[in-house]
Design a protein. Structure first.
Length: 448
C-alpha cells in the first residue's frame, strides 16, 4: 500500500459505467481461468507472482495477472468497468467500497468465506472490518463482507539511529513518545551544515502535510469530523495549533528542507541519503530501507496536548467482481492471498507488508534479527492506537481532499492556520453533505 495510493480517486466514472458492466454478465477471461488485477512495484510483483503460482499448483486454477503501476491502476480499472471487462479479482480501496457495492460491482463473499472455514479471528480486525458494509455503515463488524484485506498498512514513524548516535543524542524510547517540546530541540540540534560550506545539508525532519498532519492533529485532540461523520470539525483550536506547529517546523524553526530545497531533492530521497533524522517508515518501505547505509528504527509519533501518540492505519482490499464466471474459484483466490499462511509468508519475506495473520505477525515482530528492531510498533498501531484515514469509510473523499487544495500558503507561512481552517471548513462541510446524500440515495436504490 503506497502512500500515493491512499487518497481515493473520483468514483463517478465507475458509477456511470457500472450499469453496463453488470448487465451483461461474463466477467473475467473465461471458464478456463481467473484474471487478477493489482498494482505494485517490482518486489510486490515478484512476491505476488510466486504466491499465485503456488495457488495454481494447489488448485489447478490458472490465474492471468494484470499488474499496473500505482498511478495507473484507478484509470485502468475504470476502463475495464466501462468496457465490461472487469477482472474476476482486483484490488479495492476502502473509500471506493460503498460505491462499488451500491452499483453492483463487488460481490458479497460473506457466505463463501464462511464455507471455506477461514479463521477471521486470526486476521486483523481492522483489515476485515474495512471491507464490511451493511448498506449504511462501513467498517463495523455487523456488515457483510465484500472483500478481504490485501494488507493493513500502519504508518509508522522512524528515525536515523546512526545520525543521532553520531550527534551524541540519546536515542528515543520505543515505548514513551517524545512530546513536541522534547522533539523540537532534537530537530534543531540535527539541523546543521555538516561539510562547512555555509549551506544546511542535514535536517531534523521533512514531512509531507497531506500524509503526516493526521498524527499531529489527532495527538493534539483534533479531528476531521464528528463520530458519525456528518459534521466537519477542522475549525477548532486543537486542529489549528497542530497545523501551525507542523508548518512552523519549516517556516519558523527551519528544521526541515524549505520548498526550494525539497524541489532539488524530495525528503523521501533525502532520508534515504542520510540527510534527515526523523521520517515516516511504513511496511511497504522496508524492502528499500533495509538496504540503506545507516541504522534506523521505528518509534511512536511525537505527541501534542493529549500525550497520546496517534497515526493512521490504512488498508487495501481484494474483492471479486459480480460478473465473474468463476465465483467459487475467485473467492478461493481472495482468501488464499489474504489469509493462507504460506502465501502470507511469501509476501512478508519480500518486506512489502506486515502479516495479515495475527499469529504470523507476532512471530515476525519478535524475530531476533528483526529489521527494524522495533517491529512491534507496527502491531501496536494496528491493534491499539492506529486510526482509519478520515475519508476511508465515507462515500468518496472529495470533502477530505478539499483541505489540501489551497493549503500551500499555510505551509509556506503566508497564511495563519486558524484563518485558513475557518475558510475551508464550510467548503468541506458542503462536500461532505453531498457525499452523505449520495450515499443515502445509492443505498436506498440498492436496497430497493
Amino acid at each position: 500500500m503506497k502512500k500515493s495510493r491512499l487518497i481515493a480517486g473520483a468514483v463517478a466514472g465507475l458509477v456511470v459505467a457500472s450499469t453496463a458492466a453488470c448487465s451483461t454478465g461474463g466477467g473475467g477471461d473465461s471458464a478456463e481461468g481467473l484474471t487478477f488485477m493489482f498494482r505494485g512495484g517490482e518486489d510486490e510483483k515478484a512476491a505476488y507472482q510466486a504466491a499465485i503460482d503456488r495457488f495454481t499448483e494447489e488448485t489447478g486454477v490458472d490465474v492471468e495477472v494484470i499488474v499496473t503501476d500505482a498511478d495507473q491502476y484507478a484509470t485502468k480499472l475504470q476502463a475495464a468497468i466501462a468496457g465490461n471487462t472487469v477482472p474476476d479479482v482486483f484490488y479495492i480501496e476502502q473509500a471506493n467500497l460503498q460505491s462499488y457495492v451500491n452499483n453492483g460491482i463487488l460481490m458479497d463473499i460473506t457466505d463463501q468465506v464462511a464455507e471455506q472455514g477461514v479463521d477471521l479471528e486470526n486476521i486483523w480486525e481492522f483489515g476485515v472490518d474495512s471491507y464490511r458494509y451493511d448498506g449504511t455503515l462501513q467498517g463495523t463488524s455487523e456488515g457483510r463482507l465484500y472483500g478481504l484485506p490485501k494488507d493493513v498498512g500502519p504508518f509508522g514513524f522512524g528515525y536515523n539511529k546512526t545520525m543521532l548516535e553520531e550527534a551524541g543524542i540519546e536515542l528515543p524510547d520505543v515505548d514513551e513518545p517524545l512530546t513536541w517540546d522534547e522533539w523540537l530541540p532534537i530537530l534543531k540540534e540535527l539541523t546543521t551544515d555538516t561539510d562547512g560550506d555555509g549551506e544546511i545539508d542535514q535536517w531534523g525532519t521533512g514531512l509531507n502535510v497531506q500524509w503526516n498532519l493526521q498524527s499531529f492533529v489527532w495527538s493534539n485532540g483534533g479531528d476531521w469530523t464528528n463520530e458519525d461523520k456528518t459534521q466537519v470539525t477542522v475549525d477548532t483550536p486543537e486542529f489549528a495549533e497542530a497545523l501551525q506547529f507542523f508548518t512552523d517546523l519549516t517556516t519558523e524553526h527551519e528544521v526541515t528542507p524549505n520548498p526550494e530545497q525539497a524541489q532539488t531533492m524530495d525528503t523521501y530521497q533525502r532520508f534515504m541519503a542520510g540527510e534527515i533524522g526523523f521520517f515516516p517508515v511504513a511496511p511497504w518501505d522496508l524492502s528499500v530501507y533495509n538496504e540503506l547505509d545507516f541504522d534506523y528504527d521505528v518509534i511512536p509519533w511525537p505527541v501534542g496536548s493529549t500525550g497520546e501518540t496517534a497515526t493512521w492505519v490504512g488498508s487495501l482490499g481484494i474483492g471479486v467482481s459480480t460478473t465473474t464466471d468463476m465465483p467459487e474459484e475467485a473467492v478461493k483466490l481472495v482468501t488464499y492471498l489474504s489469509t493462507d499462511e504460506e502465501a502470507q509468508q511469501t509476501l512478508v519475506d519480500a518486506n512489502i507488508q506486515i502479516p495479515n495473520r495475527v499469529d504470523t505477525a507476532q512471530e515476525w515482530a519478535s524475530a531476533p534479527d528483526a529489521q527494524p528492531a522495533n517491529r512491534q510498533e507496527y502491531l501496536d498501531i494496528v491493534e491499539d492506537y492506529g486510526r482509519a484515514m478520515p475519508a476511508a469509510f465515507t462515500y468518496g473523499a472529495q470533502w477530505y481532499d478539499e483541505l489540501w487544495v489551497n493549503i500551500q500558503p499555510v505551509v509556506d507561512g503566508d497564511q495563519p492556520a486558524a484563518e485558513y481552517l475557518a475558510e475551508v471548513q464550510p467548503r468541506m462541510q458542503s462536500l461532505l453533505d453531498e457525499s452523505n446524500a449520495q450515499a443515502e440515495a445509492a443505498a436506498a436504490q440498492n436496497n430497493g
